[in-house]
Design a protein around this ligand. Structure first.
Ligand code: SAH
Length: 450
């Protein structure tokens, strides 16, 4: 066992799915933050456990050719990116390997037909959504990001994943808050007013939505803020106050008050108009989401005359974008606001053959099955925890030809695909899509057929 604080010369063999360099010390696996495959390093053991160690880089003896200069001043503190020190061309290979490993090790697939990862044209400023925690520290007001695994706020003026206009807007809101001495929410005491500055941009229309998350229904001099912001930033089409008085680390409350505009902005995704409101889910990387949806559409095959069920449909985007020619589209989603948006999105795009049901996917699928609803193609896009065995069973009871599984977690995707095998379904093909460059996350879309 390597002793704590002991130093070792190591070679990094791989990067794991959380972005840690992996090596061995005295035969035991060791994870090194910032280590890159091909690095020769001197490391110090900072945590020594029976079956693994955590090491810290003391010195880079020979840097890996996969390295690049880190371009962000808060990279090591902030919990967002893990790959700023790795060339993008290598990052996507690491992600592709991660998805393959998940299918092989977790799903026990021997010959998974994994297509090359769909990479992003740009790994910079691709996000269309940001939520900045704020702090009033003795009259100085700033916004930033939470430090990795803590709730300490790292001041940050400009994040390289966010559009530049977000940084400008945040600075202006902070200036207003400082001038008016607005208090910031303190998670430990539950006191204070302003919690987060939350921004969204609809890239296709350049409409921006500014949401202030507050414990109070009214903030001192909020009218002045609305006036300043809309004068300085004509892109801002909506300003919303979201009320969250709870002593919780959940960012958004349930209630929204419109301060300016209609309370939503409109984007265009795969030629489909999409309404985005503060509480509804919307893909954060629009350009990559379009590529993901195109792949999902290809996996759905010809939808003409077919019935399509879109489970975990959010605001209905996947179904509305991919199943334009379908006979019927049924979407299921648990958040009522998202369902309301989905219905409006359908109307906005003149889609009459659609129904959106608010409820739990597992239960709703059972109800649809009991009603003998036909489903030729079933799309699923669950959160990270994936599907339940019960839902997989219910899906198998529809006489659908194809299941298109969109996943943000390769581990649960692989686990679920193995369960699908019990019902005579098999993975025909899967494609990773890099929706979140520079972060540890990777999206995958899989075609599963009976
Ligand atoms: N398909 C959409 C949204 C995917 S995100 C898109 O591409 O935009 C996953 C969605 O599942 C979220 O909108 C979340 O609210 C919803 N969700 C989470 N748990 C659910 C459940 N048990 N039943 C139905 N929907 C659920």
């Amino acid at each position: 066992m390597a002793e704590k604080n002991s130093c070792h010369k190591v070679n990094i063999d791989s990067i794991n799915s959380s972005g840690f360099g992996v090596c061995r010390v005295d035969g035991v696996v060791c994870f090194v933050a910032g280590g890159v495959t091909g690095d020769e390093l001197e490391i110090k053991i900072i945590k020594s456990k029976k079956n693994y160690n955590i090491g810290k880089i003391e010195k880079i003896i020979t840097p890996s050719p996969k390295r690049q200069e880190n371009d962000c001043s808060v990279f090591k503190k902030c919990g967002g990116c893990v790959y700023r020190h790795v060339k993008y061309s290598d990052e996507i290979k690491i992600k592709e390997t991660g998805v393959r490993d998940a299918f092989e090790r977790i799903g026990h697939f021997e010959n998974i037909n994994l297509k090359p990862i769909i990479s992003a044209d740009s790994s910079l400023r691709y996000r269309n959504k940001a939520q900045y925690p704020v702090k009033n520290e003795n009259g100085k007001f700033y916004a930033g990001f939470f430090a990795s695994r803590t709730h300490e706020i790292i001041p940050c003026d400009d994040c390289l994943l966010q559009p530049e206009i977000f940084s400008e807007i945040v600075k202006e809101v902070c200036a207003w808050a400082e001038k008016n001495n607005i208090s910031s929410f303190d998670e430990r005491t539950g006191k204070g007013t302003l919690r987060h500055i939350y921004l969204r941009i609809a890239e296709a229309t350049n409409e921006v939505m500014l949401t202030l998350v507050s414990t109070q229904k009214k903030i001192k001099n909020q009218d002045e803020l609305v006036k300043t912001m809309t004068e300085k930033f004509p892109e801002i089409k909506s300003i919303v106050l979201n009320i969250n008085p709870e002593k919780t680390n959940v960012i958004l409350g349930k209630k929204c008050i419109n301060l300016y505009g209609k309370g939503y902005i409109t984007d265009i995704l795969c030629g489909t108009k999409i309404k985005i409101s503060p509480l509804s889910f919307y893909q954060v990387n629009r350009l990559q989401a379009q590529k993901l949806y195109e792949k999902a559409k290809e996996y759905m095959g010809d939808v003409k005359g077919k019935n399509v069920i879109d489970l975990y449909c959010g605001t209905g985007t996947i179904g509305l974008c991919t199943a334009k020619d379908a006979e019927r589209l049924i979407g299921v989603e648990i958040i009522p606001e998202a369902i309301a948006d989905a219905k409006e999105n359908a109307e906005l795009n003149g889609r009459e053959n659609t129904e959106f049901i608010c409820g739990d996917a597992e239960k709703a699928a059972e109800v649809l099955k009991e009603k003998n609803i036909k489903a030729d193609i079933i799309i699923v896009d669950p959160p990270r925890k994936g599907l339940t065995p019960k839902l997989i069973e219910t899906i198998s009871e529809f006489n659908s030809e194809r299941v298109v599984y969109v996943s943000c977690d390769p581990a649960t995707l692989a686990r679920d695909c193995e369960i699908f095998k019990n019902y005579n379904f098999n993975v025909i093909e899967a494609t990773p899509v890099d929706l979140f460059p520079r972060t540890a996350h990777c999206e995958t879309v899989a075609l599963i057929k009976r």
